[in-house]
Design a protein around this ligand. Structure first.
Ligand code: ATR
Length: 273
């Protein structure tokens, strides 16, 4: 039997056991996926257990996504650029770290707004935390040549932009209305929207009329930002799909079958959110 895990501290809130457990059942795979609470001081010992073959791999969440990088045998270049590992694959004891958040972000947009990257225009990314790093990597990968990175704390946007590419232009949240007219994509990666909070001064009507608006927050599923965008006639993509799609590459690497992100899975995870 193949065993996989998600480690974090705390870990009780993780939706990953539900996602992977559903796929294991549906596909009839002899495998397990368990949530394991690992405190920071026990991370190295846990990784040793993985290296010894107890697991085929697993997911890594807060607070271990950065710290685990130093304990693995290899970290793929993209995960290194993003600065975080969320997926470990054990290849006969050799531990490889990957970051599948950026793949999840892109797959969710591809499914929810097909052709989005063919609409020429700039992107606006709100937030400068770990999620923003994965989103920036994804957008750069798709050739988006101008990205306005807006953050409440301007200095964080500036240092993140400097670490990425000259096409990433830092700004403050107050710059939104000025940069909006050229933007055909708006991505919220900040925690604004969780529990229904909202941005005070964004005039979404200023966005390019073809703009797609997406939020990585998925609780609530329709954040105030998405509700406003959809009321103004923009295409919107909610954040639940990113969570589901980021799980696909790990499952495929551990269990050898590529699982589907379908409506039944969405409904099951949504009901548990
Ligand atoms: P993550 O790794 O999930 O991206 P994070 O590193 O804590 O999380 O980043 C959260 C992001 O949400 C940051 O960009 C943060 O802005 P600051 O850099 O100014 O802290 C942003 N954020 C959180 N609460 C916010 C609020 N009330 N208004 C605007 N931005 C907010």
């Amino acid at each position: 039997m193949k065993n996989a895990f998600v480690i974090g501290h705390p870990i009780a809130h993780s939706k990953s056991p539900l996602i992977h457990g559903s796929w294991l059942d549906e596909l009839g795979i002899d495998g397990s996926y368990s949530a394991i609470d690992v405190a920071p001081e026990n991370l190295a010992a846990f990784i040793d257990r993985v290296r010894q073959g107890e697991f085929v791999g697993g997911n890594v969440t807060i607070p271990h996504k950065e710290a685990v990088m130093g304990l693995l045998d290899e970290v793929d270049p993209l995960a290194r650029t993003i600065g975080a590992v969320n997926t470990i694959v054990s290849e006969t004891g050799r531990l490889i770290g990957r970051n599948t958040d950026y793949l999840g972000f892109l797959a969710n947009l591809d499914q929810g707004a097909p052709g989005w990257s063919d609409i020429s225009g700039a992107a606006i990314v709100i937030g400068a935390g770990g999620a923003a790093r994965a989103v920036l990597a994804g957008l750069i990968d798709r050739g988006i040549d101008r990205i306005h990175l807006l953050n409440r704390t301007l200095s964080r946007a500036e240092s993140l932009a400097a670490a990425f590419a000259p096409s990433v232009v830092p700004g403050a949240l107050e710059d939104f209305n000025a940069v909006a007219p050229a933007a055909t994509l708006l991505v919220n990666t900040s925690s604004v929207g969780m529990g229904g909070t909202q941005f005070p001064d964004f005039d979404l009507a200023r966005l390019d009329g073809r703009a797609v608006v997406t939020d990585i927050v998925y609780a609530p599923l329709i954040t105030p930002l998405l509700a406003d965008a959809s009321a103004k006639g923009f295409s919107t993509v909610d954040g639940l799909g990113m969570l589901l799609h980021q799980a696909v590459p790990g499952f495929e690497a551990w269990f050898g079958v590529r699982p589907e992100v379908d409506a039944a899975l969405r409904a099951r995870v949504l009901a548990a959110t």
